[in-house]
Every structure is written in structure tokens, then in C-alpha cells.
Design a protein around this ligand. Structure first.
Ligand SMILES: *Cc1c(COP(=O)(O)O)cnc(C)c1O
Length: 366
């Protein structure tokens, strides 16, 4: 079965093997050397001044940022499940918040953020997804971050890049915290959350908040290549193996290949009658709105060996989402669009003539 859900993504064999080595104790020079290597490579990938790796799913990193980087009021952007989660975290952490809401296909705008900050001058942190995975939507986060800093450089810009880091280049010039997780573009099992920080963010964190998610104590420990609590040793060993796998062709090739697969998939799907759901599609996943999404997904799974994701909440049964993150062999992506065309034929919606596969290959290779 081809796993084509936008997280978890398949773990490469070399990485699974690296993680099968005997367990190490985390408070040893051997593990500290591994940690140091992972930390340096992560800092380079994120392009930020500081970083931490925490044993938790991605949501833990979102919570840590809410706790440690928002002191007076949060501005959250809700254009899907994950943006909504920032708002719920603010409520759960007893932070004041103001939320900008959008339909899941609509990106946040610079002007909306500008207006919100004008109305709420006590906002000290913005929380936004780079890619909102609920609808495969790319927010113009770099332009928004730039405007926020023009208005008030003390406002922290927290960007959830869980489906963007390792997918596409992100301009972090005006971003203070960039969150990612292990099970999406980094092709690892779930359980490791990572955050990059600007030096302004490190300053604002100060003595930190909370106990397990106290970012000040983590930063202090991790600068010495250890962690406040037991490190996710196996996943950190896996992370180095992921960096090795990416480095075989280089991160720029990874970005270029991801973009090329996303463009070829989009063109193939459009050629057989679909249209993309988000107004601004992110390269991490190809998201389509279709009333028969559930029937298509089911046929893909039972007859063609492909597992893709559906929609959630009000879009349950109406969306399908095809993963583009990670080191994906291009023939697998070509098979996915071909299988979708075959499923349309089975459903009596469109006669199969090989268009999807042809267009995919034309766009990818020509
Ligand atoms: C997957 C994802 C998360 C985190 O989810 P976890 O299940 O906690 O790892 C957060 N934000 C986005 C945009 C995601 O895609």
C-alpha cells in the first residue's frame, strides 16, 4: 500500500535501519555527539538562530510557543483545524486572544492582520500556519510577518511550519519561532517536535513558562547538547539519517522535486476535471474538493493500493488530499493520479484514457 497521506509520511528504509541500532543512554558523550550533529543540521535547515527538539507531537511545540511567547494577547489565524488549534491552545492556556477566521480555502491577508493589530494594540504574538494542512492552503506568512514587524517589532511571529519545513524555502527574516514535527516532511515516525527561534524570541522567553514545556530550560540544556528531560533518542538518530538521505541530492533538489511533483499532480488532476480546493495551494499536498471524494478514496485503497487523506469537519467526505512531502519516488506520484483516473472510470464519472498519467509526465519531465 502506498502511503500518500500528508502525515504521517513513509519512513525511508535507511532511516528505519538507523533507528534499529541498540538503544543508547541519553546522558552519555556518545549521544551528546549525535544530538550536537542533529542540532547543527536542524539549525541549518530552519535558518534560525536557536532551536530545540522536544519529545512530543507537533501540538506540544505549538503549546510551548503559546506558553512562552505570548504574555498579553494572542492573534490567531483560523483557516482550518490547525489554526483553530492555536486558538484553542490560547483558551486552554488562559491567554487572551483575538482570532481571524477564514473559510478553509482562503488565505489570511496582510491587510486583515494590519487591521486586527490596529484594533488590538495589546497583541504581543501572532500565531499562523505556513501551510494550513486542513485544506492544503499556503498563507502569505512571510509578507504578513514583515508587516507585523513594521507595525511593532516586539510582536512575536510564531509560524507553524509542520507541513512547510523541508517542503519549500521559507524566508524566516521576520519569523521568531518556526515549528515543525517529525512525521510530515521529515519522514520520521511521530514523536519529535522541533522549534527554531530568532534571538528576539530567546530574549522574550526569558526565564520561561511552564514545567515540561519551559523553553528557557530546554534552550539552556540543548545549547550544551543535552535535554531537560529524556531525549527522544531513537528519533534524533533517525533525524540524522533523514539529513543524510536529503543530503544525497541536497535540500534544494528536495524543494525542486516536491514542487515539480505538486505541479505535475495538479495539472494531471485538472486535466481529468478536478479543480484545486485552496485559492493558494501549498506544495506539501494536492487538495481537491469533490462530492465523491470518499468513494474515490475507498476505491484507491481497495483496488489500487493507494492511501490518501480525506477532509475533516464540514469538509468530511468532500476533500481528498495527496501528499507531496518527503523523498517520494516520482513513479509513485504518477501512479496516484493514474489510479484516480481509473477510479473515476469505475464510478462512471469519466472514461479512462490515460490523460492523468500523460499530463503528469509531460509536466514533470518536459
Ligand atoms: C500535523 C500538523 C500539526 C501537528 O499535529 P500533531 O498531530 O500534534 O503532530 C500541526 N500543524 C500542522 C499544520 C500540521 O499539519
Amino acid at each position: 500500500m502506498l502511503l500518500f497521506t500528508p502525515g504521517p509520511t513513509p519512513v525511508p528504509e535507511s532511516v528505519r535501519l538507523a533507528m534499529a541500532t541498540p538503544t543508547l543512554h541519553h546522558r552519555t558523550p556518545e549521544f551528546e555527539a549525535i544530538f550536537k550533529e542533529a542540532r547543527e543540521r536542524l539549525l541549518k535547515l530552519l535558518g534560525m538562530d536557536e532551536c530545540v527538539m522536544i519529545a512530543s507531537s507537533g501540538t506540544g511545540a505549538m503549546q510551548a510557543c503559546m506558553l512562552n511567547l505570548c504574555k498579553s494577547k494572542a492573534l490567531t489565524v483560523n483557516a482550518g483545524k490547525f489554526g483553530e488549534r492555536f486558538g484553542k491552545l490560547a483558551d486552554a492556556m488562559d491567554k487572551k486572544k483575538v482570532e481571524l477566521s477564514y473559510e478553509w480555502n482562503t488565505p489570511c491577508s496582510v491587510a486583515d492582520v494590519e487591521n486586527a493589530l490596529e484594533k488590538h494594540p495589546d497583541v504581543d504574538a501572532l500565531f499562523i500556519q505556513v501551510c494550513e494542512s486542513a485544506g492544503g492552503l499556503r498563507h502569505p506568512v512571510e509578507a504578513i510577518a514583515k508587516k507585523v514587524k513594521e507595525i511593532n517589532p516586539d510582536i512575536m511571529v510564531v509560524a507553524d511550519g509542520i507541513t512547510a519545513v523541508g517542503v519549500e524555502p521559507i524566508d524566516v527574516s521576520h519569523i521568531d519561532a518556526l515549528i515543525t514535527g517529525s512525521q510530515k516532511a521529515l519522514m520520521l515516525p511521530p514523536g519529535l517536535a522541533m522549534i527554531g527561534f530568532s534571538s528576539a524570541a530567546v530574549e522574550k522567553i526569558g526565564a520561561g513558562e511552564d514545567y515540561y514545556f519551559n523553553l528557557a530550560s530546554e534552550i539552556k540544556k540543548q545549547q550544551k547538547n543535552t535535554t531537560a528531560y529524556t531525549a527522544a533518542t531513537t528519533l534524533i538518530i533517525g533525524l540524522n539519517a533523514i539529513f543524510d538521505a536529503i543530503d544525497e541530492e541536497g535540500v534544494d533538489a528536495l524543494y525542486a522535486n516536491t514542487k515539480a511533483r505538486a505541479s505535475a499532480t495538479q495539472a494531471a488532476l485538472e486535466a481529468i476535471g478536478f479543480s484545486m480546493y485552496p485559492q493558494t495551494p501549498a506544495p506539501s499536498m494536492s487538495t481537491v474538493f469533490d462530492e465523491d471524494a470518499e468513494a474515490i478514496r475507498k476505491l484507491l485503497k481497495t483496488n489500487y493500493g493507494v492511501n490518501i487523506a480525506g477532509g475533516q469537519d464540514h469538509l468530511k467526505g468532500k476533500l481528498f488530499r495527496i501528499n507531496q512531502m518527503g523523498l517520494i519516488p516520482v513513479y509513485e506520484s504518477a501512479w496516484v493520479v493514474n489510479a484516480i483516473e481509473l477510479a473515476l472510470d469505475e464510478l462512471g464519472k469519466r472514461d479512462f484514457d490515460g490523460t492523468a498519467n500523460r499530463i503528469f509526465n509531460e509536466v514533470y519531465y518536459k
